[in-house]
Design a binder for this molecule. Structure first.
Ligand code: TYD
Ligand code: MG
Length: 456
């Protein structure tokens, strides 16, 4: 039997060392080395794929302009939200890593993708669920693919064999943390295993031109589990996020070698799988019969799309010593800043009030363009006066109470107009050609002007 050997690995960059070191000599991070049992032989994850395309390439340097443009077509997908996030269809030979909290719907999203790719041979490798469990999940999803194969073995050597026999068009791995290379003694999910197995999957993708999707777990602090190196190795990193108690999910790109990283896809989790939400504004604005105080609508930009969102605030007399400030979906520090501006520049006694802010639908918005709407909601609740009429607020609030211009304002205005809003409050520094829009534009320069206009 082979002697047990251990090695130390850097959690950040995956570098290895035979002894523990405090500072990684490769990435410079401190305290990132962990010990793992290994016993490594030469890799036998064979690169003798039938479809192999890489043979004989790049043996010597080539001139860029002489390199032939690949004529491979991206694989089209039915799911338009997914397609937008990838920056078009699936690129042959690409490796996509999808991270997200447990239970957010990663497996559902990927199984749904597999079933939607009718006519393609999809191999779904699962180390987390059994065939029957996957079958049960698939039965809830209203798509079917006659060539969707399941494989529940997690050894990359066996998987390599399956690749050879099946020659899949697309591979999905659920999840990279469950894969195991028989050459290493360390447990699945350890740094050395993730490095090795991800390397195997990437080699397969690049050598055969088969796209591979890897599902990845995330750690408590929200980063992908395993070495940071994993994110460097793959072509695209997607984050599937959302509030588990809400039905909306957002698919976001954090890295994309083949497209923009500012795209998002929105889904709704239903009992029959994930539904694409192609017009998110309509559902994010709650349907109300009457105007309520503490509610204002803003137009934000998520990715490349304008999105109307409902900002809600509740301001009430603080009953316990220190007033409470609570924010859901909006930066809490920014909320404190807005309250300080209201106190100092508009004379509202916010210091004595509990203030709660919420963005409807469980969304997180980082765009400062919704400041104006947050302020309008706060003052509306403070004064207990509803904002009457169909008004949309767009503007960033500066420290001296000035309303600053926002980017892509035309898109925001046209989204508001499309959804039946008749007035939009904007910074006077946003230059809009008036003739273009039917909607009434109210330009404001300072916060007190807004408060005068709305609450007299
Ligand atoms: P799952 O894909 O297992 O999450 P992950 O792989 O990210 O851990 O999905 C988790 C949740 O989705 C689970 O709580 C049940 C719910 N769900 C639905 O609401 N509708 C469905 O059609 C399916 C398949 C799952
Ligand atoms: Mg899962």
């Amino acid at each position: 039997m082979a002697k047990t050997s251990t090695s130390f690995f850097c959690k950040n960059c995956g570098a290895s060392s035979s002894k523990w070191v405090g500072k990684c000599s490769s990435c410079g991070e401190w305290n990132t080395y962990v010990e793992e049992v290994i016993h490594k032989e030469k890799s036998d994850f064979k690169s003798t794929w039938k479809k192999s395309i890489a043979k004989g390439q790049a043996l010597k340097p080539v001139l860029l302009h002489e390199v032939e443009k690949g004529n491979e077509q991206r694989i089209e997908i039915k799911d338009k939200e997914f397609e937008r996030v990838l920056g078009g269809g699936i690129v042959p030979g690409s490796v996509v890593l999808i991270g997200g909290e447990p239970g957010i719907g990663k497996s559902t999203l990927m199984l749904q993708l597999a079933l939607q790719l009718n006519g393609k041979k999809v191999l779904y490798i699962s180390g987390e669920e059994s065939d029957t469990q996957i079958k049960m999940r698939a039965e809830r999803i209203p798509f079917s693919n006659n060539e969707c194969y399941l494989f529940t073995d997690t050894s990359t050597q066996k998987i390599g064999q399956a690749f050879k026999e099946l020659e899949p068009d697309i591979v999905i791995v659920d999840s990279i943390q469950t894969l195991q290379s028989e050459l290493l003694d360390s447990t699945p999910g350890s740094i050395s295993q993730i490095k090795e197995t991800a390397g195997d999957m990437i080699r397969f993708a690049k050598e055969t031109g088969t796209p591979v999707f890897l599902i990845g777990h995330i750690t408590k602090d929200g980063t992908l589990a395993g070495p940071k190196l994993l994110e460097h190795m793959v072509d695209t990193v997607l984050q599937f996020e959302g509030d588990r108690h809400h039905v909306y999910r957002i698919l976001r790109t954090t890295k994309n070698r083949f497209g923009s990283t500012s795209e998002i896809g929105i889904y709704e989790m239903q009992s029959v799988g994930l539904r694409e939400v192609s017009n998110p504004s309509e559902i994010l604005i709650s349907q109300r019969d009457e105007a309520l105080s503490g509610v204002a609508i803003s137009a934000t930009i998520e990715g490349m799309r304008p999105l109307l969102i409902e900002t809600q605030a509740l301001v009430s007399q603080a009953v316990y010593g220190t007033p409470q400030r609570n924010s859901n979906g909006y930066d809490a520090k920014r909320l404190n800043m807005l309250l300080a501006i209201l106190e100092k520049k508009c004379g509202l006694k916010m210091g004595l009030q509990d203030v709660f802010v919420n963005i409807a639908g469980g969304l997180r918005v980082e765009d400062p363009g919704i400041d104006l709407s947050i302020v309008a909601a706060i003052v509306s609740s403070y004064e207990n006066v509803a904002i009457a009429g169909k008004i949309c607020f767009v503007g960033e609030v500066g420290l001296s109470g000035e309303i600053r211009a926002v980017n892509r304002v035309e898109q925001r205005i046209s989204e508001a107009e499309k959804l039946g809003f008749n007035t939009v409050y904007l910074s006077k520094f946003n230059k809009i050609p008036k003739s273009q829009t039917k909607i009434k534009i109210v330009e404001i320069g300072k916060l007190d002007e807004l408060l005068n206009l709305l609450f007299g």
